[in-house]
Design a protein. Sequence first.
Length: 302
Amino acid sequence: MFTIAALYHFTRFDDPAALRGPLLQLCEAEGISGTLLLAREGVNGTIAGPRAGIELVLAHLRGLPGCAGLEHKESQSAEQPFRRLKVRVKKEIVTMGQPDVDPLAKVGHYVEPEAWNALIQSPDVAVIDTRNDYEVAIGTFQGAIDPETASFRDFPKWWEENKARFHNKKIAMFCTGGIRCEKSTNYLIGQGVEEVYHLKGGILKYLEEVPESESTWDGDCFVFDGRVSVGHGLREGPHELCYACRRPILPEDMKRDDYEHGVSCRYCVGETTVADKERFRERQKQIALAEARGDKHMRFLD
């Protein structure tokens, strides 16, 4: 079994580039795959590997400046869910494109998973899903509002256009692991919203801790690794990934005439040109050749 650790932590790194080398070397030495992002605002990522290696990487991260309190969410997989390792330095660890947003200054009220249902069922609370549209499509909380955003950068524009709908409402927000809500709740506070809440640990923590019989979650939760989706108890879901558009699809979608592995699915078949599809087919040929040679690095999902 591989241990999967999803993590983020906001802190201030004076020189995130200087942190990359030692972290990369440790991950490589311990057989870790996945992605870790470093920026001046902190660290974010999901990694997988042997338990001992994951524990060493987590200990290393908690030894970085301001990261002693770093928390992570853990799950297991019978197969390595990532095909390669990436440790990158970025401008933001989750991209919102709002330079004035600072989660270290103030965020919304954290709500533990066991208290989430009572909050979102209150009539004076509006529940907003901050994830991308393709993530919301396969699962969300009952009664949640879908902003139908293609990326997190679109959220501020959506709020500006829709904020009148939420006059005199408390706002409860959620995302996969909690990191987007650190920024989105700070953003709403800056916009003058007085009562903002967010689900601590995100959907993943809720699905791990809240019994299915008591859950207000419908569907599956998209995850950015080889499992594609998870359900209650963090059990692997039924979804596969369309390698052309990166959207989650179901096994029955792969039986449709508009599905071609690595080339198109029901969602993207009309979005790409004939030339695009030919390019995708050539890419799939190269991947197949690489797999035949045993080059697993060509078979990445991340």
